[in-house]
Design a protein around this ligand. Structure first.
Ligand code: PEP
Length: 254
């Protein structure tokens, strides 16, 4: 049985002050949901220390939205795994479609960040997903296969026991359009099969595959009820404490 993992991706929203207001309110709402589901918040780098301070006494996990593939040195603007660990980060989102399309993150670059993340003992939330054009032209499976093979190249299966995958169809991110629960379930089955080819069936059955793309309290129950959907990576609906809490509550009460 895989435990659901519901992760907020705040993107470039909320500095330390807004982070403080959100988490203070969120902590007040949170009851025992984290017994049933893993809940994770991913603020911007600058807000991580404030988030860590406020989440320290909770079971809510802390994630970064990206990381450098280098340890230290002349890499202006970058943040290393050791810096993330110093501020209590446990997860790192890698390969988000916005990083792929706006900042040129390739499968090879994501692979090198993923290796760094695993070496540091942090848990990758590895994002994959197709564009609408790719889906409509029958390339869904080959796109996912390229992303999975490229992203996980050269990593031994045993190191991936805690891997989290976020399947995020690009056409559903921030658009208000959600994949139907059946479309998402069907694609998660494909992802799990492709993953099994890479790391073996036993491990693949343990990997949590989140769905991401306009998840909100209205559609979460149906999505979370699918057998291969193990939670969500959430953008828009994670920006308000009440809607993000509602997602945790729905997951905990399935
Ligand atoms: C995301 O950015 O990972 C995401 C899924 O965003 P939204 O929930 O806003 O579609």
């Amino acid at each position: 049985m895989r435990k659901l993992i519901i992760a907020a991706n705040w993107k470039m929203n909320k500095g330390p002050q807004e982070t403080e207001s959100f988490i203070t309110e969120f902590n007040n709402l949170l009851q025992s949901e984290t017994d049933q589901v893993d809940v994770v918040i991913s603020p911007s780098f600058i807000s991580l220390p404030k988030a860590q301070e406020l989440l320290a006494d909770t079971a809510v996990g802390l994630s970064a939205q990206d990381v450098s593939d280098q340890d230290s040195g002349a890499y202006t603007g970058e943040v290393s795994v050791s810096m993330l660990k110093e501020v209590g980060v446990e997860y790192v989102i890698l390969g988000h479609s916005e990083r792929r399309t706006l900042y040129g993150d390739t499968d090879a670059f994501i692979n090198s960040k993923l290796k760094k993340t695993l070496e540091a003992g942090l848990i990758p939330i590895f994002c994959i997903g197709e564009t609408l054009e790719e889906r409509e032209s029958g390339k869904l499976e080959s796109v996912l296969e390229t992303q999975i093979k490229g992203g996980l190249a050269g990593i031994v299966a045993a190191d991936l026991s805690e891997l989290v995958i976020a399947y995020e169809p690009v056409w559903a991110i921030g658009t208000g359009v959600t994949a139907t629960s059946q479309q998402a379930q069907d694609t998660h089955v494909i992802v799990r099969r492709l993953l099994a080819e890479q790391i073996g069936q036993e491990l693949s059955d343990k990997v949590r595959i989140q769905y991401g793309g306009s998840v909100k309290p209205d559609n979460a129950k149906e999505l979370f009820s699918q057998p291969d959907i193990d939670g969500a990576l959430v953008g828009g609906a994670s920006l308000q404490p009440d809607s993000f809490y509602a997602l945790a509550e729905i997951g905990a009460n399935l």
